[in-house]
Structure formats: structure tokens, C-alpha cells
Design a protein around this ligand. Structure first.
Ligand SMILES: [Zn+2]
Length: 566
């Protein structure tokens, strides 16, 4: 039997192989967790900013993240509306708004008949804010975050802190069981918090506020960081006709002097400061103070710090994504990110830190700019939408008064929040109107309004009658939380706004609003550019896998295994 030696050899080699494998398995795995998780968010930072301005970034900021981290080039939010709160509610929960419950920055609370924000909470009080300032907490966030799960895993020893200029951007990524969240008060100019976390601001925060960190920017002149030629080449002229600034204390041209039209620091000035790059600087120095005073990353129980830079969103809204101002605030936030990473490197070590970088949403071109570029840009007036619906309702029913309204000035107006319309169920019941049929009449009418592309009804979304292969339907479904959402969701055509006020905005299910950076850097992550589809909802499960903890409760994102070391 000539084959026997071969078979024996095979058996022998299998045996040797399994012994080697067993030996490998008995070696203790590297179970040491990183000391710090640092989430860096830039509000309204489109993916393409990394490409449009990439060569102008410094070596230690976004360039470092792209060089030393794993960067996904096809990272899109898979929900609408693409706003600040839903985005921030997704990145550390891995959950869509349909599960986080954070369906918008604001929505209509049917129980009280009031418009509420994602974080306002009447049961708590602000600490460091003005007496009439709405207090905030994560009580409307329905899912756990990476920070919450870490605290469960370490018997509460992990520290979790969220900071931003905006309350929602500080509160939501940190989570329900965070140690603290801090944001900027445009009433007092302080970094503030709420009694949800503690009864008194920590001494180091009071000390920080005592230096009047915002006031030192009073009268500051915002100039371009680089020569104008760079801006002309990449962003075009400084003051195109479509860059309409309505603020009485600002124009659409550099330099911008930040006073808010006041002679000394006050609320008007603090609002004006929001629309400058300077709050990003203030926030970065506050982040350093948090790291030092809370001793983040100083022991083996992983801490979490989430830092969300808001200035880019305010600036993008006022001047538009292709403005010189938007370009400049992108270059400037890169410098702040570099400072923060350098600081973390010196104090904790980047080799001990998991860094995630993303944005809460993108932004669309100013509609008039889009139109000038041959794209179907335009603005749809809410009044036109409702008058068309009103005509259709009158033709079909006894009354056209079946949508929930509110009083504005001396007129009643229909609620339109996040492109959601709300039915007056009492009136429908009173007149014996069939809700399903009524929804269809409303949608059919809405679809005749120029610029409205799609319309979804509550029953369609509740039944799961939407198609997962149609991204618009899927994104509407992922943004729909039955107890909080409206009864009809309309979607404008691309490049069109269903919003009356802002120069530029976001919120749509289209690429310019959904395509954002997702970068993860740190121990266990293989650097590189990854072309696989990803979403910021993947950040939470991926961090959880790297931290070897349970993923947040409603994490539906994917572990980005292509970049993880086995
Ligand atoms: Zn925004």
C-alpha cells in the first residue's frame, strides 16, 4: 500500500497543527482595554471636505486620522431627517432614530401639544445657565451608548463625559448614565450642565467659567487662515449673490468682527460667537481641562470623552457649504483637532486611546447656488404645501381643519416639523373620517406640490410596507418612531428645501446630507482607506468589539471587521 505513508503523514500533520493551535489558544489574549475612547464630532462636516481641503490640513489633525486610522470613504447615514440630534443620537448608540427615539432636533409632543427639543427636560435645572434657560437631559434617549455599556462593564468605574457648544451634541453621545455633559450657554457665556448629572458644577468648571472664556473673543476679527487665492480656487468668490446673510450684525464678506452688534459681551454677542470659529477653540481648551481635572484615561478602566465642535454647523448654515467661510472653519477645526490629539497623546498616549471621528450630517448647497449650477435647486413654501392640501381636503370632506395647528402671530398655522405633518385625531373622529383614506388624500395632494418628491403615511411606515431597497423609503422608516413622529412624512426633491428661513440647511435623505466621514484610529485598528459601505451607526458596535463589551442596546450597525486586527 503505497498510499499509507501519505495518509499517516496527513494525520500526523493535522495532529501537529492542532497542538500548535491549542498552544496558541492557551496563551493569554491581550485583554487590556484602551484607557480612553475619544469621539470627535464636527457638526455639519461633509465627507468631501476631507478631499476638497485635505492637502491644506495640518499633519497632526485630520491628516493624522486619515493616515494612522481606518477611514471609510462610503460612510452614509441611513436615516432621515439628517439633523444634529438624530446624528448625535446614532453615533454612540449604533441605533437609528427609529430606535434611539431621537427623531429630530425638535418634534411635536402630542401629550402637551408643545414643540419640544430632543433634550429639554422640565424635571431638571441648568447649572451655570440663565434663570429662564431650558434645562436639558438625555431622558428622551431610548438606547444605551458605548459609555453606558462601559460603565455597566466596569461597575461604574469608567468615566463618561460629553462636551459641545450645543446641549444635544454634548448630551446624546455621552448617554443616559454619563457622569456629565457640558455645553455653552448663550445667556451667561458659561459652560453649563444640568442637575440631571449632579447638584453643583464641579469646581474646575466654575474656575473655567470664572476666566470668562467666551468674553475674550468679544470684538475678535475673523480673517482667513490662508491667503485668499486658496479660497478663490476651492470655494469661489467671498460674496456671491446667493450667499444671503440676514443677520443685522454680520455680512457675507471677510473679515467678520464678532460683537453681535453689542458694546459689551451679552446674549447677542454669544449668539454671534456661535457663528464664528472661535467657540471651537474655547471647546478645545475646555476638553483639555476635562481631561486633566477628571483624570480621563489615567487608569485601566476605560473612560469616554465625546467632543462635538458646533461652529462648523452655524457657519455652514449662514454662508453655505461652498463659501470661503465654510472652508475656513473646516481648516480651523482641523487645527483644534490637532491640538486635542497632541494633548491626548502627551497625557494619555494615542497608543492607549481609541479615537473615532465623524459628523452628525452633511449639508446641501444653497438652493440658488445649486440652481445656478444647473441643478434642481429651489425652495418650497410651507404655505403652498398646506394650501394645496387644504383645497384637496375641502373637495373631499366637510372641513379642511384636520391637521394640527398652532397660533403664530394672529394666524393659525399647521405644524410642519422635520417634514412631518400631524393629524388632528379628535376632529377626524368627530367627523367619522377614515384615517387611512385621509392619509392617502393628504399624500396625493402633497405630491402635486412642485418640488415634493415623496410622501409616506404613518400606516405605511408602521406596517413595514416600505421597501428596504429604496433608500429614500428605508431612510424615512429609520427616522420614524411611532410614539413621537407625525402622520405623514414628505420628502422634497434633491437640492430643494422645505424650510423658510436659513441660507443653507440639511435634513434630507440625499448624499450631500448623509455622506460623512467615519474614521477609527487606535489599538487593534488597521490603518487604511476602506471602500466598503459603512455608516456612523457602525461606530458604536465597532468600538464595543474593540473594548470587548456588550454593544449598546439597540445597536443595529455593523462591526467594521475589515479594519480590525484578529
Ligand atoms: Zn445644522
Amino acid at each position: 500500500m503505497r498510499r499509507t505513508p501519505l495518509v499517516l503523514l496527513l494525520i500526523l500533520s493535522l495532529f501537529v497543527g492542532s497542538v500548535a493551535q491549542a498552544q496558541r489558544r492557551t496563551q493569554p489574549p491581550d485583554t487590556k482595554r484602551p484607557k480612553l475612547v475619544l469621539l470627535i464630532v464636527v457638526d455639519q462636516f461633509r465627507y468631501d471636505y476631507l478631499e476638497r481641503f485635505g492637502d491644506l490640513f495640518g499633519a497632526n489633525g485630520l491628516k493624522r486620522l486619515m493616515r494612522d486610522g481606518a477611514s471609510w470613504t462610503q460612510s452614509n447615514y441611513d436615516h432621515m431627517p439628517t439633523y444634529t440630534a438624530p446624528g448625535h443620537g446614532t453615533m454612540m448608540t449604533g441605533a437609528y432614530p427609529a430606535e434611539s427615539g431621537i427623531i429630530g432636533n425638535e418634534w411635536l409632543d402630542r401629550a402637551s401639544g408643545k414643540r419640544i427639543t430632543s433634550v429639554t427636560d422640565d424635571t431638571v435645572k441648568t447649572l451655570g445657565g440663565g434663570p429662564s434657560e431650558a434645562a436639558a437631559s438625555p431622558s428622551r434617549l431610548m438606547a444605551s451608548t458605548v459609555g453606558d455599556e462601559l460603565r455597566l462593564a466596569t461597575n461604574d468605574r469608567s468615566k463618561v463625559i460629553g462636551i459641545s457648544v450645543k446641549d444635544r451634541s454634548a448630551i446624546l453621545p455621552a448617554g443616559r448614565h454619563a457622569n456629565a455633559a457640558y455645553w455653552f450657554s448663550t445667556v451667561t457665556g458659561n459652560m453649563v450642565s444640568s442637575t440631571y448629572y449632579f447638584n453643583q458644577l464641579p469646581a474646575w468648571v466654575t474656575t473655567f467659567n470664572a476666566t470668562r472664556p467666551a468674553d475674550k473673543y468679544f470684538g475678535a476679527k475673523w480673517e482667513r487662515l490662508l491667503p485668499e487665492s486658496e479660497y478663490l480656487r476651492r470655494a469661489g468668490p467671498d460674496s456671491p449673490s446667493y450667499e444671503v446673510v440676514t443677520s443685522t450684525s454680520d455680512t457675507n464678506a471677510f473679515p467678520h468682527t464678532i460683537t453681535g452688534g453689542s458694546t459689551s459681551p451679552n446674549t447677542n454677542f454669544y449668539w454671534a460667537l456661535d457663528y464664528s470659529p472661535f467657540t471651537n477653540e474655547m471647546l478645545e481648551s475646555f476638553a483639555q481641562q476635562a481631561i486633566v481635572n477628571e483624570q480621563l484615561g489615567q487608569d485601566d478602566d476605560t473612560d469616554v470623552l465625546t467632543v462635538s465642535f458646533s461652529a462648523n454647523d452655524y457657519v455652514g448654515h449662514r454662508y453655505g457649504p461652498y463659501s470661503q467661510e465654510a472652508m475656513d472653519v473646516a481648516l480651523r477645526v482641523d487645527r483644534e483637532i490637532a491640538k486635542l490629539l497632541d494633548f491626548v497623546d502627551a497625557r494619555v498616549g494615542l497608543s492607549n486611546t481609541l479615537v473615532a471621528f465623524t459628523a452628525d450630517h452633511g449639508v446641501s448647497p444653497i438652493p440658488e447656488h445649486a440652481a445656478a449650477m444647473g441643478l434642481p435647486g429651489g425652495r418650497i413654501k410651507a404655505a403652498d404645501l398646506f394650501s394645496t392640501i387644504g383645497v384637496a381636503l375641502k373637495a373631499r370632506y366637510k372641513s379642511d381643519d384636520y391637521l394640527l395647528r398652532f397660533k403664530e402671530a394672529n394666524a393659525m398655522r399647521e405644524w410642519l416639523i422635520n417634514s412631518n405633518l400631524y393629524f388632528d385625531y379628535d376632529a377626524l373622529r368627530r367627523d367619522g373620517v377614515n384615517v387611512e383614506e385621509f392619509s392617502n388624500v393628504v399624500c396625493a395632494a402633497a405630491l402635486t406640490v412642485p418640488g415634493i418628491a415623496r410622501c409616506f403615511t404613518r400606516s405605511q411606515l408602521m406596517r413595514g410596507a416600505t421597501s428596504v431597497t429604496d433608500p429614500i423609503e428605508r431612510r424615512a422608516l429609520h427616522g420614524f418612531y411611532p410614539a413621537r413622529s407625525g402622520d405623514v412624512v414628505v420628502v422634497p426633491e434633491p437640492f430643494k428645501y422645505l424650510a423658510d428661513t436659513l441660507t443653507a440647511t440639511h435634513g434630507s435623505p440625499y448624499s450631500y446630507d448623509t455622506h460623512v466621514p467615519t474614521i477609527i484610529m487606535g489599538p487593534g485598528v488597521n490603518a487604511g482607506r476602506y471602500l466598503e459601505a459603512a455608516t456612523p451607526a457602525d461606530i458604536a458596535p465597532t468600538l464595543s468589539a474593540l473594548l470587548r463589551i456588550t454593544a449598546p442596546s439597540n445597536s443595529t450597525g455593523r462591526v467594521l471587521v475589515e479594519a480590525l486586527r484578529k
